[in-house]
Design a protein around this ligand. Structure first.
Ligand SMILES: NC(=O)c1ccc[n+]([C@@H]2O[C@H](COP(=O)([O-])OP(=O)(O)OC[C@H]3O[C@@H](n4cnc5c(N)ncnc54)[C@H](O)[C@@H]3O)[C@@H](O)[C@H]2O)c1
Length: 437
């Protein structure tokens, strides 16, 4: 099938590439000319494991193309996926400006039937609005079209795997024609397909992300109680998660969630609830706990070190999670902001995200690797659980550097081992003589 993708970022590029991989002819469009130029030169504009070879293969096979013109995409295809960003407005609701702009351009180029599919995360009832918008901008009102919602559940860092091995594909439609086109597109993936109305599909995405964020804030709330009582969150987590009704996933205590989705989707879902007169208190707590978690960790660093002015501190991990270079709403940014303001000398390292952080903080010390960051520091703060950090040689660090204190914001390390080596070790919600009351 001929498909176009409008917005070739983390979601659009992965979607387009994977749809090409399963046999479709795909054109990925983006209004960022530099991004399209890079893609046409065979370069991937961001870090996502296993995406680059897949792009190269499908471009060589002639199934994947790139363009900066929406008109190229619309003419080429019967099905058009909207994959532009939907960031937060100041009031927390979703900014649908890019969606609106793209849909207007699509309508202006439509010369035959098109299925316009929302893959961007949008509030419930956006489909109804898009339907009216397309009709408004359509020059030839006799041209037929459908709207569908097909929310995306991939995770950055494992995006290709998640797309190809989806737990479920949600398709929200209001016509058999739209349902059949989307089923035809996804059949090669062999994944369970759930067909719903458009409103329900839109809501499924916000509800899924809000639920996962709730799990994270819930376990962080339990971790705070562990710290005050001498219980150990790593054991409590196992005891909770072994219950099949609960499960282990998303029960890792830490400094909270970040990224381009959870924070904005929780606030957008709250805004939807408020708009329709439903009390969003549960989500407000999720957000409050998430903010507290980060601020408490920063205070713990400053208090434990008796201030950080002129002290060299290593910050390990800048991306909002491992295996991505994405720093949108990353906890690291708040940590850098406050520690810098307090006068610390920061030595930072991340395997993928340093170039993105350099654009915000050009004058930090960007280390060659984790050892380089730690070697000149009195303390090391672990912010993201990259695999390379789990493999660090702490005996070498103890023997060869002045680093005496480890702040582990993701509970990556074995506390007993590090304490035995002589480090002062602070993590989240795990029994620790110094932080228990
Ligand atoms: N990133 C994720 O993990 C993830 C997962 C599931 C769903 N989503 C949702 O998918 C959507 C996209 O997220 P993303 O992370 O890929 O965002 P992104 O910022 O990486 O990509 C959006 C792309 O759209 C392009 N764009 C913006 N306006 C445009 C226009 N007028 N014409 C053409 N291109 C335009 C931008 O240049 C950018 O490349 C969001 O709604 C997000 O909530 C994201």
């Amino acid at each position: 099938m001929n498909i176009s993708i409008i917005g070739s970022g983390y979601v659009g590029l992965v979607t387009g590439t994977c749809l090409a991989e399963i046999g479709h002819n795909v054109i990925c469009v983006d209004n960022n000319i530099n991004k399209i130029k890079k893609l046409n030169e065979g370069k991937v504009p961001f870090y996502e494991p296993s995406l680059e070879p897949l792009i190269r293969y499908n471009v060589n096979e002639g199934r994947l193309k790139f363009s900066s013109e929406i008109g190229d995409g619309v003419k080429h295809s019967e099905v058009i996926f909207l994959c532009v960003g939907t960031p937060s407005l100041p009031d927390g609701s979703a900014n649908l400006g890019a969606v609106k702009q793209v849909v207007r351009e699509i309508a202006q180029h439509m010369d035959s039937y098109k299925l316009v599919v929302e893959k961007s995360t949008v509030p419930v009832q956006t489909g109804e609005w898009l339907d009216k918008l397309i009709y408004e901008y359509l020059e030839d009102k006799s041209i037929s079209y459908d709207i569908a919602s097909n929310p995306e559940f991939l995770r950055e860092g494992t995006a290709v795997h998640d797309f190809i091995h989806s737990d479920r594909i949600v398709i929200g439609v209001n016509s058999d024609k739209a349902a059949n086109l989307l089923i035809q597109i996804y059949t090669p993936l062999n994944a369970p397909i759930l067909i719903t109305d458009i409103n329900s599909a839109e809501l499924i995405k916000h509800a899924s992300n809000a639920f996962l964020a709730t799990k994270i804030s819930f376990i962080n709330f339990v971790a705070s109680i562990c710290e005050k009582t001498g219980a150990d969150i790593s054991k409590v987590k196992i005891g909770i998660g072994m219950d099949k009704r609960i499960g282990m996933d998303f029960l890792n205590a830490g400094i909270g969630f970040g990224g381009s989705c959870f924070p904005k989707d929780v606030s957008a879902f709250m805004a939807i609830a408020q708009k329709v007169g439903v009390n969003p208190a549960i989500l407000k707590s999720v957000e409050d706990i998430n903010i507290y978690q980060r601020e408490y960790f920063i205070t713990k660093i400053i208090d434990t070190l008796h201030g950080v002015k002129n002290k060299d501190i290593a910050i390990l991990g800048l991306s909002f999670k491992p295996d991505t270079d994405d720093i949108r709403q990353a906890p690291s940014l708040r940590i850098l902001e406050i520690l810098k303001k307090e006068g610390a000398n920061l030595r930072v390292y991340d395997p993928a995200a340093m170039d993105n952080v350099k654009e915000i903080y050009p004058h930090l010390y960007y280390a060659q690797d984790a050892y380089d960051a730690i070697s000149g520091s009195i303390a090391a703060v672990f912010v993201t659980e990259w695999k390379v950090f789990k493999e660090l040689d702490f005996l070498k660090i103890k023997n060869e550097t002045d680093c005496t204190t480890i702040f582990d914001g993701r509970n990556i390390f074995n506390s007993h081992r590090l304490e035995k080596l002589g480090f002062k070790y602070y993590s989240i919600g795990r029994a620790n003589k110094i932080i228990c009351v």
